[in-house]
Design a protein around this ligand. Structure first.
Ligand code: CU
Ligand code: ZN
Length: 188
């Protein structure tokens, strides 16, 4: 009985030792599929925060010169709504505040999407038509899927009001009416 228990214990220790040396070996680390596969596309599915009925999707596709952003949102009041990437991929609080502030890896002031100096998460506004639907497409040069400016695992927030693109630190865009986490997408 004693030896039967002893052998699995030894093999467990050996296996643990092996995996540790594997993890520390840079060659083997590079072989891990998650770190080598080029990430081309991400998607965020937006869900309404408490008391709202906004829904939609935002896709991010790596293209020459940056990221192609395509947003389709419905259930909005007509007009402009602040639209940003926020720091945390955490939509757990009913009001969306768990997502934190604007994603700002460069420590820049809040600005407009076309500003040179801005938060990486500053996507400006989406504008809803009379039926409450908004569609937006643009090329963003400040976003990435790698390194400190990676948008993966962060969140997209839609606001009740227009982002004035001036007021610090968040454009005075009011409450958060939708939140979604940016995750990997299968592809086209
Ligand atoms: Cu925001
Ligand atoms: Zn901002």
């Amino acid at each position: 009985m004693k030896t039967k228990a002893f052998i699995p214990a030894i093999s467990l220790i050996l296996a643990m030792g092996f995996s540790t040396s594997f993890a520390q070996d840079p060659q083997h680390m590079n072989m891990a599929p998650a770190s080598t596969a080029a990430i081309e596309k991400a998607i965020c599915v937006l869900y309404a925060t408490q008391g709202n009925s906004v829904s939609g999707t935002v896709t991010f596709t790596k293209v020459t010169g940056g990221m192609k952003v395509v947003a389709d949102v419905s259930g909005l009041t007509p007009g402009k709504h602040g639209f940003h990437i926020h720091e945390f991929g955490d939509c757990s609080s009913p009001d969306g505040t768990s997502a934190g502030g604007h994603f700002n890896p460069s420590g820049s002031p809040h600005g407009a999407p076309m500003d040179m100096s801005r938060h990486a998460g500053d996507m400006g506004n989406i504008e809803a038509d009379a039926s409450g639907k908004a569609h937006m497409e643009y090329l963003d040069p400040h976003m990435s899927f790698n390194g400190p400016s990676s948008i993966l695992g962060r969140s997209v927030i839609v606001h009740a009001k227009e982002d004035d693109m001036k007021t610090q630190p968040s454009g005075n865009a009011g409450p958060r009416i939708a939140c979604g986490v940016i995750g990997l997408s299968k592809g086209q």
